[in-house]
Design a protein around this ligand. Structure first.
Ligand SMILES: [Zn+2]
Length: 76
């Protein structure tokens, strides 16, 4: 009988740990990741030379400025 109660306690503790892991992690981590993904991919910047708007992922960064193409950035 004592063993049964001990096993029951272990099952409850393990179940609680699993519950905390599954319900606390997905709330925080994916939320932050989505915010960072949005920041990375959808920020539009204007080309410093011709003014064309490009996403930061597609732009060329040089001297702290963004350019739409290698031609505008002066990169050969
Ligand atoms: Zn340009």
């Amino acid at each position: 009988m004592l063993k049964f109660l001990f096993n029951l306690a272990v099952i409850i503790i393990v179940g609680y740990i699993i519950y905390v892991k599954f319900f606390k992690k997905p709330k925080r981590v994916p939320g932050n990741q989505n915010e960072f993904k949005k920041m990375d991919s959808s920020v539009m910047v204007s080309c410093d030379k011709c003014g064309t708007f490009v996403e930061t992922n597609d732009s060329i960064a040089k001297d702290g400025k963004f350019f739409c193409s290698k031609e505008c950035a002066g990169v050969k």
